[in-house]
Design a protein around this ligand. Structure first.
Ligand code: GLU
Length: 472
């Protein structure tokens, strides 16, 4: 989290300026893109379970209206502040642009530690926050669409939806006012694991680029790569899960209570269940303890995935980090100083605004589903299966050979919703990787992948204004 002397928004601006030098745009236009278009500061009262009234501090920031609706999560954390929400909203603009999701960036934050509130209190806070957003016209399927972020999930999103629906009765597309909802309330299959899956797809794609891997003296591909994940929340857990599934070795996992290490590779699901049961990641059978969680970041490994909060890798600890690839699962885990250090050292930093864009990409799929009022696959599944069956029958007739039952099942299968979501996300992440890498290759003066990603993002936003004739 941002401390008092550290401006997260300032860090985003600094990265933006670093990249803007590699674009051709007028400084006035660049300045317009950089700023937050609207900042909503809220203070509202809620009644605690003990009868006391507490005043809650909350925010919603819309960074860019170059496309609408605005899009971005709502964070519940004790350290939430305006600077942080502004930075996260700006990152959302660049994130959406890079993965071709047609939204402007937004973000919300409520300054509470959710662990210190009962479920009933959290519900009252979420509902009151939503009605404040409605009053100010800061939420709606075509205006601004929140989603989960740190400290929130499907439960909070269903409260947002229910509050919205009850105040906007009869609005046909109301379900599109928020994403990350439970499936029963218009959510899409695959959204829960989307950010972690995107982190995996993006990192895997970088590991498939021969030039990059030979510069790092690493073999191509993800198999057997040693991975460390910091944070076993929604992003970290799913990223670790997909790395393990693809044959990588998750050698260390870190949480705020400590970290565990096993060079043979940890079983991510077993660790997750152990933590759920015992309340701690520590004392996992067969694993070594690392006393201070942050020391886990400094272990020898190929890939490090910081997937918790911002500012965890900074000027102070960067020189001790040994990973060859750092994939930013969280938003803003590296400070600009750490970035400069790794660019000089030759470590590949895969930036947040691209690598963790899986969440918003699948949110986009959910929003489209809500507007179309139909589950993905409903119209074509049976038709596809019938076509596949006819083709297979023809081949069998022509060759005189029968395929076995397993092969038949595989070939015949028409796509379900989750198949569309996974393949749509995979395609998105692969395309975005190559778009960024092409810009980087074409301009070798660009120091790192983050700067290349910003160049891609700035160009895509700027061209919209330029074509509108608003700016030269
Ligand atoms: N909170 C997530 C992010 O930072 C998801 C945002 C969304 O789905 O709108 O990318």
């Amino acid at each position: 989290m941002s401390d008092k002397n550290y401006s997260f928004f300032g860090a985003v601006e600094r990265s933006f300026d670093k990249a803007a030098r590699f674009t051709k745009w007028d400084s006035g236009l660049l300045n317009h893109i950089r700023q937050c278009n609207a900042v909503l500061q809220l203070r509202f009262p809620i009644k605690r379970d003990n009868g006391e009234i507490e005043v809650i501090e909350a925010y919603r920031v819309q960074h860019s209206h170059h496309k609408t609706p605005c899009k971005g999560g709502i964070r519940f954390a004790a350290e939430v502040n305006q600077d942080e929400v502004m930075a996260l909203a700006a990152l959302m603009t660049y994130k959406c642009t890079i993965v071709n999701v047609p939204f402007g960036g937004g973000k919300g934050g409520i300054k509470i530690d959710p662990k210190k509130y009962s479920v009933g209190e959290l519900e009252r806070i979420t509902r009151r926050y939503t009605s404040e957003l409605i009053k100010k016209n800061f939420i709606g399927p075509g205006i601004d669409v929140p989603a989960p972020d740190y400290g929130t999930g499907e439960r909070e999103m269903s409260w947002v939806l229910d509050t919205y629906v009850s105040m906007r009765s009869g609005e046909l597309d109301a379900a599109g006012c928020v994403t990350g909802k439970p499936i029963t309330q218009g959510g899409v299959r695959g959204r829960r694991e989307a950010t972690g899956l995107g982190v995996f797809y993006g990192t895997r794609e970088v590991c498939n680029i021969p030039d990059i891997m030979s510069k790092l003296s690493l073999p191509l591909g993800i198999e057997n790569k040693r991975v460390i994940v910091q944070g076993l929340g929604n992003v970290g857990y799913w990223a670790a899960h997909f790395f393990q599934l693809a044959g990588a070795k998750v050698i260390a996992l870190a949480e705020y209570e400590g970290a565990i290490f096993d060079e043979k590779g940890l079983d991510v699901e077993a660790v997750f269940q152990h933590r759920k049961k015992s309340g701690s990641i520590l004392n996992f059978p067969g694993a070594k303890h690392i006393k201070h969680a942050n020391e886990a970041l400094e272990l020898e490994c190929d890939i490090l995935i910081p997937a918790a909060l911002e500012n965890v890798i900074n000027e102070e600890n960067a020189p001790r980090i040994k990973a060859k690839i750092i994939g930013e699962g969280a938003n803003g885990p590296l400070t600009p100083e750490a970035d400069d250090y790794f660019a000089k050292k030759g470590t590949i930093v895969i930036p947040d605004m691209y690598l963790n864009a899986g969440g918003v990409t699948v949110s986009y799929f959910e929003w489209l589903k809500n507007l179309s009022h139909v589950r993905y696959g409903r119209m074509e599944k049976r038709f596809t299966e019938n076509v596949h069956s006819s083709i297979l029958n023809q081949i069998e007739e022509l060759t005189g050979k029968k395929s076995n039952a397993h092969a038949r099942e595989l070939i015949m299968r028409g796509p379900d919703e989750v198949d569309f979501v996974y393949s749509g996300l995979e395609e998105t992440m692969i395309n975005a990787t190559h778009e960024i890498m092409t810009v980087w290759k074409e301009n070798p003066a660009i120091p790192d992948m983050r700067t290349a990603a910003y160049v891609v993002a700035i160009n895509k936003v700027a061209i919209i204004y330029a074509e509108l004739g608003i700016f030269p």
